[in-house]
Write a protein that binds this ligand. Structure first.
Ligand SMILES: [Zn+2]
Length: 141
């Protein structure tokens, strides 16, 4: 699937080589939308170039912390709503709130990268990326 496809940096928008962006459900949905609805899919490979990496890392951190904040607020709100008035209506409203907050977080969506950052040299982020992943794995348990 990779290879001769043109790759474009998601930060500066220039056709450049860089670290591949992980194609997750959000990217898949955007591609699907562009292919089937707006018909302007270009199917470029998405990357982050070396020059833009520090900026990307900052944006990505901001995005993930915002996402966990939104989810936190959404979950607390949903629990309070269901506890205060236990009914089907409030359960649906709670789901609605969660979906809304998730959609809100997608407005500033920053995808993760296919490769770990340590393959880049000369950035402070390179060291912390595997540690972050380990922490994440532990939290999931
Ligand atoms: Zn770039």
């Amino acid at each position: 699937m990779k290879g001769k496809k043109k790759s474009v940096c998601i930060v500066c928008g220039k056709p450049k080589k860089g670290i591949a962006v992980h194609e997750d459900h959000v990217i898949f949905a955007i591609r699907w939308f562009k292919t089937n609805i707006t018909k302007n899919a270009n199917n470029n490979g998405l990357v982050v170039c070396k020059e833009c990496y520090p900026k990307y890392a900052k944006e990505r951190r901001r995005y993930t912390s915002r996402l966990s904040l939104y989810i936190g607020i959404g979950v607390i709100f949903a629990i309070l709503l269901i506890i205060s008035t236990p009914s089907l209506g409030s359960a649906l409203a709670a789901i609605g709130v969660l979906v809304f907050l998730y959609a809100l977080s997608l407005l500033s969506y920053i995808p993760r990268l296919e490769l770990e950052a340590q393959q880049l040299t000369g950035t402070g982020e390179a060291v912390s990326a595997p540690a972050q992943r380990r922490r994440k794995l532990q939290n999931n348990k």
